[in-house]
Ligand binder design. Sequence first.
Ligand SMILES: Nc1ncnc2c1ncn2[C@@H]1O[C@H](COP(=O)(O)OP(=O)(O)O)[C@@H](O)[C@H]1O
Ligand SMILES: [Mg+2]
Length: 366
Amino acid sequence: MNTPFPYEYIADDKSFYGRKEEVLQIKEHIKNSTNILLFSKRRMGKSTLIKNVFSKVEKDFTVIYIDIFNIITAKDFAEILLKGITNAQKGDITKTIKQVTKILKKTRIEPTFDMRSGKMSISPVVLNSTFEEIIEDAFALLFELAKKSNVVLAIDEFQQISTIKEKKIDALLRKYIQEAHNISYIFLGSKRNILNSLFQYKAPLYEMATPMLLKSIDIEEIYDYSKKYINISKDTAEYIYTLSDGETKLIQMILHKAYILNAKKNETTIEIIDDLLDEILITKNDHYKSLFEIFSTNQKKAFKLLSKYKVELFSNEVLKQEDISRASMQSSLNQLYAKEFVDKEDDIWFIPDRTFELWGEKVLNS
Ligand SMILES: Nc1ncnc2c1ncn2[C@@H]1O[C@H](COP(=O)(O)OP(=O)(O)O)[C@@H](O)[C@H]1O
Ligand SMILES: [Mg+2]
C-alpha cells in the first residue's frame, strides 16, 4: 500500500525519517571497516535502518544483507551466507561465473533467472557440500570481493545462531572475522539475553563488535515528518509517542490510520487517536486471543497483571487480585520470558510488543 507511514513493509528512502545520528554512526563504522552489534526490541526499526544506510552507501561499497530468521540447521546458515555473498557479485554473468568458479573450491555456480527483477543472476549449488565447505567457500568469495571495494555484511536476526547446537557457528565466525580485510560486519538482533551471551566475556564473539542500542525515533523528528501529511499538533504527536511507548511500528500504524482519515483537513485530536488505537486492537484481537488462549492459567494471570501494573507486580495487593502466589508469578513470568512474550530490564518486567500490552491492558482488564 502506498502510504507515507509504512508499518508492514520496510520504509523506502522517501518514507524513511529521523535516525540522522544513527545513520552517521553506522556510515563511520562502514568506512573504517569496524563491526557493530545493532540491537533493540522488535519493531523499533533495525532492519529498516540498515537497509536505508545500505541504499545510501551502495554506490561506494559492496553491501550484503542476509536475514537468518528461518535457519533450522547449520547448513541453512552457511547456504544463506553463501547466497548473499554470491548475489553481491556485480557485472557480466558469464565473466562472473568464470571468476567465481576459480575461487570456489566445492560449490558449483549456475546462472538463474530472477523472476522479480526479470534479470539473470547466479546461484550457488551446494547439494553435496558440508557446512564447513560452504562456509569456507563463502568467506573465500567475501575476501575476494573485499579486494575490489570495502564490503559491509549485515546479518539480521543474528540471535538465531544460538538455536543451532550441532556446530559452533560463533567460534567459526570469529576465526574469519578476525582476519583483517576491508569488511564491516553488522549483527542485528532483538533477543537481548541471547545476544548478551553470544558477545559476553570469554564467548567467541567477545569484543568483536561495538554494541549499539537502537532507541525510539526522536519525537521532534516524528512530529516534523508527520505534520507534512497530517494536521496534527505537537501535543497529539507526543500523545501517540507515549501511547506507543516509542515503538516505531505502532507509531507508524497510528499515523497511517490518521492519514487515511484524511486528517490533513481535519485536526487529528487525542480522541481520534484513542479511536484509532481501538480499531487497531480490534483488528489484532483474534491474533492476541489465540496467543493468550495457549497460556497456562498462571501465565494468564501473570500476563494480565503485568499488562495493568507495570511495577509493584509482586506486592500482596496485586497478587491478591488474581489469587496467584509470588512463586507462581515468578515462574510464570520466566516461562513467558522464554517464549519472548515478556521481557525484563533492570529486574523490571514488561511486555515488549506494545500493541499486545495495550490489548492486555484494555481487553483483559476491562
Ligand atoms: N526511520 C524510519 N522511518 C520510517 N519508518 C520506519 C523507520 N524505522 C522503522 N520504520 C517502520 O517500522 C516498522 C518496523 O521496523 P523494522 O525495521 O522491521 O524493525 P526491527 O527490525 O527493529 O524489528 C517497519 O515497517 C518500518 O517501515
Ligand atoms: Mg528486523
